[in-house]
Design a protein around this ligand. Structure first.
Ligand SMILES: [Fe+2]
Ligand SMILES: [Fe+2]
Length: 206
């Protein structure tokens, strides 16, 4: 499969979703490729479409506060909205199926991809089914984005958090959010690249 055709098809939807969706999806796709290249046993024909399509459902939600409600819920009077979160899974699954069929993607690969899109986030915050390595890779690639400068910077801006406080929060959650050991190492690598003074914690990083 030429994944570039799929990516070009996803782009207008991602631009229509949350302001971060295009960059988030592109960067998470890069992480998914890296995990596959590091030797994690996944099927790229399932993993790559699933990560490209995972958040496409936000394009179908007509709510001006969707980003705040699902990403930074304690700001701008935006309450965390589990319904919106759920909707991006169900709408995303429907749209993913439609796009893959229109692109004549191999029929046998569509159900496992759609299933990952539909379940990529657990609304209770539980980790994914560890027996499905494709799903684990998508989950880790999605969450690794949180460790990039993009997310850390917007987190600090939106929450007015200090760099050390943000850093401790991210550091503390590595084991909670990520499944694979390689993903945990990549998260640390990303944190190391950030040009902030993390105070005491810098000593633990370098
Ligand atoms: Fe999502
Ligand atoms: Fe995501």
């Amino acid at each position: 499969m030429d994944f570039d055709i799929l990516w070009q098809t996803c782009k207008p939807y991602l631009e229509k979703g949350r302001p971060i969706d295009l960059a988030h999806t592109r960067i998470s796709t890069d992480f998914a490729w890296r995990l596959l290249r590091e030797g994690i046993k996944g099927d790229e024909d399932i993993v790559i479409p699933a990560i490209m399509l995972h958040d496409i459902g936000y394009s179908q939600i007509d709510d001006k506060d969707v980003y705040m409600k699902t990403t930074f819920p304690d700001k701008a009077n935006a309450q965390y909205d589990i319904h919106v979160k759920e909707l991006h899974l169900t709408e995303g699954a429907k749209l993913a199926e439609k796009i893959l069929k229109e692109l004549n993607y191999p029929a046998r690969l569509i159900p496992p991809i759609v299933e990952i899109v539909r379940t990529h986030e657990d609304l209770q915050g539980n980790k994914p089914d560890q027996s499905n390595m494709n799903r684990v890779i998508v989950s880790d690639a999605d969450k690794l984005y949180r460790y990039t400068a993009y997310n850390i910077t917007s987190g600090m801006t939106m929450h007015h958090r200090k760099s050390e406080e943000t850093f401790r929060f991210m550091f503390k959650n590595i084991d909670t959010w990520l499944c694979l050991e390689i993903s945990k190492r990549i998260a640390i690598e990303e944190l190391r690249k950030l040009p902030y003074d993390f105070g005491q914690i810098n000593k633990e990083l370098f």
